[in-house]
Design a protein around this ligand. Structure first.
Ligand code: HEC
Length: 103
């Protein structure tokens, strides 16, 4: 971000205030906080657990404790986003529906 170094501090503050005033969706919160481990579509990534359809988010589990600082309102929004996802991914459903190969 070196190209921003010439900006006066007041401008940087104004930009960050503007960005912070924008609404953030549960999906956006999921992508920034969770997708790195749980996959972009929440069906599993580094962690092989399907979070699709989950509403109650408990960040006290060992690997996620660093995220406990998230306010309850954030995890509720993430839970609302996840619970709205169908349990299976579209890709998984299509794979299942595809006819089996015969040898
Ligand atoms: C550093 C990697 C990492 C990040 C980031 C992370 N998790 Fe996890 N999460 C894990 C691991 C590992 C487990 C499995 C814990 C276990 O089985 O003991 C887990 C388990 C879970 C579970 C329980 C799943 C089940 O069926 O038992 C939920 C729900 C969950 N995570 C939600 C989230 C949410 C929401 C976020 C973002 C706010 C998040 N996680 C961010 C690593 C992560």
């Amino acid at each position: 971000m070196q190209f921003l170094q010439g900006l006066p501090e007041a401008d940087i503050l104004a930009i960050s205030e503007y960005l912070n005033s924008q609404a953030v969706s549960g999906e956006q919160r999921y992508i920034t906080g969770c997708a790195g481990c749980h996959g972009n579509d929440a069906s599993g990534g580094f962690v092989k657990k399907n979070l699709r359809g989950k509403r109650n988010i408990n960040l006290n589990q060992r690997m996620m404790q660093f995220l406990r600082c998230l306010p309850r309102s954030d995890t509720n929004e993430i839970g609302a986003f996840l619970s709205g996802l169908a349990k299976k991914t579209k890709a998984a459903a299509e794979k299942k529906a595809a006819p089996k190969k015969t040898k």
